[in-house]
Write a protein that binds this ligand. Structure first.
Ligand code: FE2
Length: 386
């Protein structure tokens, strides 16, 4: 993005929607996630074919970029920006060399970028990029970034004054001759973004979200709740003032063997985003399509479904359909949820996706942790890492 420093005297966002005034750190939603990948063009094709995203915008040599190429893919309100370096010295290329394909930037829409940046930095966040405008003839987009866990950045964006495609420097993605359009799979929004951090660091990041970003702790799971025969982990979930942005943070706990979190930290070479959960309103339809497209999910033993109804009570979806598709169910005091986890989407056992449908439940499927981790460990053992 071409950037240009401007003064920061713009008026505070009139948008400050009702209720936002009292929020210590107003956030309007996820704007996008930027992934650094080895080959953005091929990744975009895969996200289109496998997950039903639509390629909507592109930047690269043809649009005047000299050092990177990006493809934007969208589905529902989910925007993934896939970026590759065009030279080995570009940050995206260096990141891929170390981490593999991974989430590099979590971008949040905020009512006032300067306020968000100033507030977070004054409370201890490290600056990655000071507030600036990206400008072209379609307007300007204000943005700033701070450092989060590992090499991940948290970006604040305000795009109210931009009328073009995604951002300055981007053009509408060209139609690819002969390419079948991806079939929309019904993904509607990002539900939560989960990080794995090193042993002993979870509480530091919990404190960061609380002190710097005004988040509160929604729930925590200790290693008794999340342990298998071999390994254990601890997890805390931080959420913003409105409860719409949720960041669970995991750390490994002592276990008999290497935990899945340690495996992630080894192959990702440090902390970072472990999984992104995408919400659907029709998980049966979504997972059916994803499976038809070749997306691979963690295997759930059939025994999981034998006593499911006793555990979660009555749910609208037929249990035999859930079993057929490998979808998990869980209930909390507010309702129930359905969820399923893909296998890692690359050769390194790192980033994966979750598909989730909520029927009132606000939790994360704690009742499934154990069966999920047993399934994860089966795959980990197959990789020779357990
Ligand atoms: Fe999750």
């Amino acid at each position: 993005m071409r950037t240009q420093e401007t003064d920061s005297t713009r008026p505070p966002a009139a948008a400050a929607a009702a209720g936002v005034e009292t929020d210590p750190f107003p956030i309007l939603g996820f704007d996008h996630l930027e992934l650094y990948v080895g080959n953005a063009r091929q990744s975009a094709a895969w996200y289109r074919h496998a997950f039903g995203f639509e390629c909507t915008a592109v930047r690269g040599l043809e649009t005047g970029e000299r050092d990177r190429a990006s493809w934007l893919v969208e589905q529902g309100n989910i925007r993934l920006l896939l970026t590759s370096g065009l030279h080995s010295s570009h940050a995206a290329a260096r990141s891929v060399s170390r981490h593999g394909d991974s989430v590099a930037v979590i971008a949040l829409t905020v009512p006032d970028v300067d306020e968000a940046f100033d507030a977070s930095v004054s409370r201890g966040a490290l600056t990655a990029a000071v507030p600036a405008n990206a400008v072209d003839e379609r307007g300007y987009l204000r943005h700033a970034s701070i450092h989060l866990y590992g090499d991940t950045l948290l970006q604040f964006i305000d795009r109210r004054d931009y009328g073009g495609v995604f951002g300055p420097g981007f053009q509408a993605a060209p139609a690819i001759p002969g390419a079948a359009a991806g079939r929309n799979c019904g993904l509607v929004a990002i539900d939560h973004v989960v990080a794995n951090v090193e042993l002993g660091r979870m509480n530091e990041w919990v404190a960061f979200f609380s002190r710097v970003l005004g988040f509160s702790q929604l729930v925590h799971f200790d290693d008794d709740a999340i342990s298998t025969e071999y390994s254990a982990l601890m997890s805390k979930v931080m959420q913003d003032g409105t409860g719409t942005i949720k960041f669970p943070i995991n750390e490994p706990a002592e276990g008999r063997k290497k935990s899945q979190i340690e495996e992630f930290l080894e192959f990702h070479e440090g902390p970072g985003v472990q999984h992104v959960a995408c919400r659907t309103n029709d998980i049966l339809g979504t997972v059916t399509r994803l499976r038809e497209n070749g997306v691979e999910f963690l295997h759930v033993p059939i025994s999981y479904y034998e006593d499911l109804e006793q555990r979660v009570g009555r749910i609208d979806e037929p249990i035999d359909r859930l079993a057929e598709l490998g979808i998990l169910a869980d209930r909390d005091e507010d309702g129930y949820l359905l969820q399923i986890f893909t296998k890692p989407i690359e050769d390194r056992p790192t980033l994966f996706y979750e598909i989730i449908e909520r029927h009132g439940a606000t939790g994360f499927g704690a009742g499934n942790f154990k069966s999920l981790f047993v399934a994860l460990e089966r795959e980990q053992a197959a990789r020779g890492n357990l």
